[in-house]
Structures are given as structure tokens and as C-alpha cells.
Design a protein around this ligand. Structure first.
Ligand code: PAF
Length: 282
């Protein structure tokens, strides 16, 4: 695996692959890699001969009060992991490469509508930062496919929308959420949990899973199911950001006869903000 910081060096290597007719998959990350990221790379490998992973902690997607400064930066460990996983290139760009005019003067890519609610509402500006940086990585790497995790359900929808709306010739693949044995979705932010909180944290997944099972078994009182889930989580010590049953394709409020639904949730537990979701067909 080549570790590349320089954009020109990256472009030269990508050109060589393209000339050989090889397809390129992009896995954008903010580092602090865990088995969830390894699975994104495995999925990427199923769709392309070459896998490029980026590690860049993107300042524009963090709010002022958020954890940009504390966000774990573990590049040596990440590099070792990616060598084992077998990525072809690890691209670690500088701020100047990603934002040549500085991020305060950057052209912003913004998806309306889909970004207004849920994580968009509780993290104002977050999705503009995500789409702005992902669009830049798409422009640099020009991959055939790009892989994102289902855990960030709203994020992958927003990126799909952006890609389609801008007519970018990139196939977006959503890779299933990877979980700890007790069901907790893997996330870099799980390390903010204390020992006690860590024992409570899997309840988030258990709760949305139970709601999913109820939906599947014909219980379609959506608001009642949401309220029950929120109560259960609050009693266990979570501070709920949202827990909602929505249409999987666009996060709109479903009719009773909607078929593909997603149960999405975000909640604070101590210092950690956990998110999770499951897709359900009724
Ligand atoms: O999901 C993430 O880690 C980030 O939001 C992404 C897609 C790498 C953009 O910075």
C-alpha cells in the first residue's frame, strides 16, 4: 500500500490504473479506523480492482462546540490497519490540498431538504461540511464507486442525492453497519463512553431493533412506537436527540402503507453522541 500526501502523486498513480482498465473505489474516512471501516474496504474491493482510502478530519463538518480538536487522530495505527486490510492507496491530504482557498473561503456544496432534519437539525452546517468535502474527494479521485456506511444513514442518502443531482458518474454503495457482539454499532465516538455507559449503550440498538420487529409484525402506530422507544431510552439514561420511523428512501413521514422504512435514532450518553438505524420492510 502506498501512503500518499501529494495530490499530483496520487493523480499519476490513478492514471496508470485507469490506463490498465482498472476501476477505482474510494472509501473516505476521518481515520481512527475500526472493523467498520475494514468492512467498507472489503465492500469496496468487491466493486473495483483498486481501493483508495482517504483519511482527513474535515474541519467544516464540525460545529463550534463539537469535538474537532479532540477527534482521535491515530494515523500510524490506521496505516498499519490499512496495510493489513490491503487497501492500495492511503491518501492523507493537507488542508491546503482539500481547501486550496482556505476552508472559510471554500465553495460550499449543499443539499437542501434532506439535510434539514435529524442530524442536520441538531448539527447545523454538518452536512454542508460533509458534502463539500466529499465533492472535493470525488473531484480529486474521480472514483468509479464510493463506499459509505449505513450507520450514517442520513449521510449516505445526502451523498446519493448530491451525486445524482450533480450528475457525477460515481456509483454510491452503502455498506452494512458493523456491530460489537452486544449490538452496539461500531464508531470512533464509542471511545468517549465510560465503562458504565458502555454497558448501557447497546440498548440503543436493542430498542430500534424491537421497534423494527413490531413494525414487521403489523404494529403500525408509528408515533406510539417512537414514544415507547424514547421513554425506554430516557429511563436508561440516554438524552434523545431523535428517534423516528421514516421512509427509507427519503426520510419523509410514512403513510401506514409505506413499505421500506428506516428506524433512525441519535442519543447522547455521557460525552458520546451515538447514532444507529435499521431498515425494515413492512
Ligand atoms: O463518515 C465520515 O467519516 C465522514 O463524514 C466523511 C464521509 C469521511 C466525510 O468527512
Amino acid at each position: 500500500m502506498d501512503v500518499i500526501n501529494d495530490k499530483e502523486e496520487l493523480l499519476e498513480q490513478l492514471d496508470v490504473w485507469r490506463q490498465h482498465g482498472e476501476h477505482i473505489a474510494l472509501v473516505p474516512t476521518m481515520g481512527n479506523l475500526h472493523p467498520g471501516h475494514a468492512s467498507l474496504c472489503d465492500v469496496a474491493r468487491e466493486h473495483a480492482e483498486r481501493v483508495v482510502v482517504t483519511v482527513y478530519v474535515n474541519p467544516t463538518q464540525f460545529g463550534e462546540e463539537e469535538d474537532f480538536d479532540d477527534y482521535p487522530r491515530t494515523i500510524e495505527r490506521d496505516t498499519m490497519r490499512l496495510r493489513k486490510i490491503g487497501a492500495d492507496i492511503l491518501f492523507i491530504p493537507s488542508d491546503e490540498t482539500v481547501y486550496p482557498f482556505g476552508h472559510d473561503c471554500a465553495t460550499v456544496v449543499s443539499v437542501p431538504g434532506l439535510t434539514e432534519n435529524f442530524c442536520g437539525a441538531s448539527r447545523p452546517g454538518h452536512f454542508d461540511g460533509v458534502t463539500t468535502v466529499v465533492a472535493r474527494f470525488f473531484a480529486i479521485v474521480q472514483p468509479d464507486v464510493a463506499v459509505f456506511g449505513q450507520k450514517d444513514y442520513q449521510q449516505q442518502l445526502v451523498i446519493r442525492y448530491m451525486t445524482e443531482d450533480l450528475g457525477l458518474p460515481i456509483r454510491i454503495i452503502t455498506a452494512p453497519t458493523v456491530r460489537e457482539d452486544d449490538g452496539l454499532a461500531m464508531s470512533s465516538r464509542n471511545q468517549y463512553l465510560s465503562e458504565d455507559e458502555r454497558t448501557i449503550a447497546p440498548l440503543l440498538h436493542k430498542t430500534i431493533d424491537r421497534i423494527g420487529a413490531e413494525l414487521e409484525s403489523g404494529h403500525h402506530e408509528f408515533e406510539e412506537l417512537e414514544a415507547g422507544g424514547i421513554k425506554e431510552l430516557e429511563e436508561a439514561g440516554f438524552k434523545i436527540d431523535y428517534l423516528a420511523i421514516r421512509r427509507a428512501e427519503n426520510l419523509a413521514t410514512p403513510n401506514r402503507d409505506a413499505d421500506d422504512l428506516v428506524v433512525i435514532a441519535a442519543a447522547h450518553l455521557g460525552k458520546a453522541r451515538l447514532i444507529d438505524n435499521i431498515v425494515v420492510t413492512i
